[in-house]
Unconditional design. Structure first.
Length: 299
């Protein structure tokens, strides 16, 4: 008798669970949000500028670390999970995110390539530093390219989420209007010599009229060679250059050594690979600060 009652109780509990009376197997509420994953900080800024104020759209950033270079970057476990969970992935393109190739092969999310239509420059390099791409991927360092990147993001989101097409276009127009260099400052920069200890400022130099004499990037196992150091010292002396520039998250060891030998100063520039905030303004502020830093450094 006791065994029969116990069997009935168990059967009843199983029936309640199957009908939703239990909690263990109750399905979670369906998430109707559009989850957009932006690979780098610049792409995150441009994507959030386009999606600002759009209900049901969530933008997250894949690379959270303060970083200067992605040549040897490896995806974290959380990064792979973020790719798997994304509804849309927005990338810089031009080979910058080659570290994602295996993870993307298992994802069904549509990918927005921000580099579409951008006029690419050949990649810079130095002895012992092997680049995986023939083109320079730092396209966001030219505000003209950023306008195209904003267009690419907005156009694709309008296709993927046509319900919010109008606000995407309004946001693109507003973000593009926030871009633009100060002509008076550009006149002061035109033709001035620039030496950087990061290879990411080629587009910036071209857009602002600076004469990029030498650009190298130091990493573990790819330090500046003796020949490069000698060349940089010679350029500083030949052009009477008062300052050289490192990237704020990069190495400055060689730059400081050259400064001690030549008497030039060392200043930091921002590649906008890390930071806080969202929308277009943090990018605009960083680029304006770069221009002001160079003007101060070069006199």
């Amino acid at each position: 008798m006791k065994k029969t009652i116990l069997s009935l109780l168990i059967s009843g509990l199983l029936l309640l669970t199957a009908c939703g009376g239990g909690t263990a197997d109750t399905p979670a509420e369906e998430d109707d949000s559009l989850h957009i994953l932006a690979t780098t900080y610049p792409v995150y800024l441009f994507t959030t500028a386009i999606t600002e104020g759009v209900d049901g759209v969530e933008v997250t950033r894949l690379i959270q670390e303060e970083i200067s270079c992605l040549h040897d970057y490896t995806l974290t476990v959380n990064g792979m999970k973020a790719i798997e969970a994304a509804d849309v992935i927005v990338m810089n393109g031009v080979g910058l995110e080659d570290f994602m190739s295996d993870a993307l092969a298992t994802s069904d999310a549509p990918v927005i390539d921000c580099s579409e239509g951008v006029e690419l420059l050949a990649a810079l390099g130095h002895e012992g530093h092997d680049h995986d791409t023939e083109y320079d991927p730092h396209i966001w360092m030219d505000e003209g390219n950023v306008s195209l990147m904003l267009e690419n993001i907005a156009r694709e989101l309008c296709v993927l989420d046509p319900e919010h097409q109008e606000i995407y276009e309004q946001n693109r127009t507003a973000a593009a209007a926030a871009l633009g260099y100060d002509d008076a400052k550009l006149e002061r920069l035109a033709g001035r010599p620039l030496i950087t200890f990061h290879d990411g400022f080629q587009y910036f130099a071209q857009a602002t009229g600076l004469d990029l004499l030498k650009a190298i990037e130091e990493e573990e196992g790819a330090e500046a060679s003796a020949a490069e150091i000698k060349e940089i010292v010679g350029l500083i002396q030949e052009h009477d250059i008062p300052a050289i520039f490192t990237e704020k998250n990069g190495s400055d060891a060689t730059a400081q050594a050259i400064a001690r030998e030549t008497g030039c100063a060392v200043y930091q520039l921002d590649l906008v690979m890390s930071g806080d905030g969202s929308g277009i303004q943090p990018y605009v502020d960083a680029m304006d600060q770069n221009i002001d830093t160079i003007l101060e450094a070069l006199g």
